[in-house]
Design a protein around this ligand. Structure first.
Ligand code: GLN
Length: 238
């Protein structure tokens, strides 16, 4: 089986180890004999959304986010069509904010979003920084790191509920967003290497859409779960 992943603007959208997510997806595919072709997207001209299976969007500072917005708006219609057709997408922090209608920085600058989902984010002066632990229905506990000034409120299904940390807004106890096969989350860290069931969910969704198959070969995740437990304990003891 062959999958294609677009890593959107990795030279700009890449904070706190976000590229590790792409490596985790690649490795877990490779260990199962699935070939995952990774395409680093530097211009929307290089994108053909009818031939992609997974889209990854990393986080970014407000500045980088602003620089990339205009380019991303060129593909928002095709992106939306792809999402409605079940493309898998993982978007982290600034990338997550870009999935919404707009993002307003703490200075009041408004960056338009791709309008993939109907929500917006706005920033306050104080940043939400630290390790974060959430509880999810599908993937158990998920651990990561957050650093954002933006707050997001929405009425979609969240990825999970916050145990330690802030998540979407630090108020309603939710973290992230799930819509079709799109996951938006504030979790850097990177999120996927320590949360293999989430990584497999993304791969499974892509395989199912392309090949109509759900089963993934089991992997030995002892090391991943030990690392995750360690990270959870750090969250819980701070
Ligand atoms: N610029 C956004 C914020 O500060 C996203 C930051 C990030 O991706 N970590 O809210």
């Amino acid at each position: 089986m062959n999958l294609v992943l677009y890593n959107l603007f990795p030279d700009r959208l890449n904070l706190y180890g976000d590229r590790g997510n792409v490596i985790a997806l690649q490795k877990r595919c490779e260990w199962r004999g699935i070939h995952l072709k990774i395409v680093d997207i530097k211009s929307t001209n290089d994108m053909n959304l009818s031939s992609v299976d997974i889209i990854f969007i990393g986080g970014a500072s407000d500045r980088e986010q602003g620089l990339i917005t205009k380019e991303l708006l060129k593909i928002k219609k095709d992106f939306k069509l792809g999402v409605e057709d079940g493309i898998s997408c993982l978007a982290i922090c600034g990338g997550y904010q870009l999935l919404g209608n707009f993002y307003v920085t703490s200075e009041g600058t408004k960056h338009m979003g791709m309008e993939i989902c109907d929500f917006h984010s706005s920033a306050e002066k104080d940043r939400r920084v630290g390790n974060i632990l959430i509880e999810t229905n599908e993937f158990g506990k998920v651990v990561g790191f957050e650093n954002h000034s933006g707050r997001t409120y929405h009425s979609y299904k969240p990825l999970g509920n916050v145990i330690i940390g802030y998540g979407n807004n630090g108020e309603d106890g939710t973290e992230g967003l799930c819509y079709n096969n799109v996951i938006g989350t504030y979790l850097h860290g990177p999120i996927l290497p320590k949360n293999p069931s989430l990584t497999d969910h993304i791969i499974r969704a892509a395989i199912e859409r392309k090949y109509g198959r759900k089963e993934l070969i089991e992997l030995d995740d002892t090391l991943e779960y030990e690392t995750k437990k360690h990270a959870e304990n750090i969250c819980l003891t701070v």
